[in-house]
Design a protein around this ligand. Structure first.
Ligand code: F6P
Ligand code: MN
Length: 365
């Protein structure tokens, strides 16, 4: 977009963006995304008040993953549920914080959409005042006239009608796809002094992830648990211009997936939370339905690629609502390379080497 284009607000921008879509389907999507965006304005308000709103600290309970919930996790979940409850198109929703989906009391039968969300991604960063976010995915409710159950949510990521995240960082941004490219909106609160409601202003309607990159993100403390292709990929990045890649790489790790993906949307890069052997029962850390799949749709719509190592994340059919998957996403060239390493039977780097030597610390002479 250029400086001469007048600022376009969320609903109006979506109206234009969804031109050509069947009218009722477009309206349902617009109103549902409006409801999600509204909830995220409120979540952002509470997040920015932090200690002042007594929103920090532990909630005193655990979520379905056995993780201790923070107060802001619970507040964000309630705010999102409250907004979806009001929305006439949403038949049911499911969140990281609850074992089972929640069927809308008023719209469970007639609503045409299902929403899945991670109300507060990156919760370990709340008290450190580092960027956090909300991730959401909108799916069709295929069998209308019957209230949906968990089985109705078990749709592969490529069936998502829309997906996005809101990043509560120095700026509050919403990054959204309705399968027609990726849009970025910024939350404008400048009218607050005059009593005007905050507005989502369209900033970019053609997000493209650069195909090439020299930046990767991975939690290096898990190195000894990684699989061989990941050991090889990271070793080669770390070897820089002295290794086979013949160029130096930079590494980042925020520990908020929303912030990592947003950095990749902005300047390219690779994000890896691969399968590891820490807890063999768990094939990865991140959740398919409300972390991996929505981010995969966004990344693909921006020209990048998202895989579990061997398969496209968008092709995976969930078995359960809270299923975990390995996630490798970002700049296309690098993801192609990593998929190639997973397929390559003649690995040239020995697993043994990495069991005895660190990639990051030179062994003593
Ligand atoms: O929601 C899971 C999450 O917090 C992601 O936002 C983030 O990428 C990851 O976990 C951080 O994991 P770790 O604690 O291993 O750094
Ligand atoms: Mn999360």
């Amino acid at each position: 977009m250029d400086n001469t284009t007048p600022a376009s607000l969320l609903d109006e921008a979506l109206q234009r963006h969804l031109t050509g879509m069947e009218a009722a389907a477009a309206l349902a999507l617009r109103e549902t995304l409006g409801a999600i965006a509204q909830a995220c304005v409120r979540i952002g308000d509470v997040a920015s008040l932090g200690l002042l709103a007594e929103a920090h600290g532990m909630a005193g309970a655990s979520n379905v993953h056995g993780e201790a919930q923070q107060r802001l996790d619970v507040i964000a979940d309630d705010l999102m549920a409250g907004s979806l409850y009001e929305c006439r198109h949403v038949a049911a929703w499911a969140s990281e914080e609850h074992e089972q989906p929640h069927v809308s009391p008023a719209h469970g039968v007639q609503g045409s959409l299902l929403v899945v969300f991670d109300p507060l991604d990156g919760s370990s960063n709340i008290e450190a005042n580092i960027s956090i976010g909300t991730i959401f995915s909108v799916l069709p409710h295929r069998y209308r006239s019957v209230a949906p159950g968990a089985a109705d949510f078990m749709q592969p990521g490529h069936q998502q009608l829309a997906a996005g995240y809101v990043l509560y960082g120095p700026a509050t941004l919403m990054v959204l796809t309705c399968r027609r490219g990726v849009l970025v909106f910024a939350l404008d609160r400048r009218g607050a002094a005059q009593g005007d409601a905050p507005q989502w202003v369209l900033m970019n309607d053609e997000v493209r992830i650069p195909e090439h990159t020299r930046e990767f993100a991975i939690n290096a403390s898990n190195q000894r648990f990684w699989e061989k292709p990941i050991q090889r990929y990271v070793a080669e990045c770390v070897a820089g211009d002295t290794g086979p890649r013949m160029k130096d790489f930079n590494m980042r790790w925020v520990a908020s997936m929303v912030a990592e993906v947003h950095r990749i949307m902005t300047r390219g890069g690779v994000f890896l939370y691969p399968r590891d052997t820490r807890e063999p029962r768990k094939p990865g850390r991140l959740r398919l339905m409300y972390e991996a799949a929505p981010m995969a749709l966004l990344v693909e719509q921006a020209g990048g690629r998202a895989v579990n190592g061997t398969s496209e994340l968008l092709d995976l059919v969930p078995d359960t609502l809270h299923q975990r998957v390995p996630v490798i996403l970002g700049s296309r060239d690098e993801i192609d390379r990593i998929v190639g390493y997973h397929a390559d039977p003649s690995e040239n780097v020995s697993w043994q080497l990495f069991r005895t030597r660190s990639l990051f610390v030179q062994p003593q002479a």
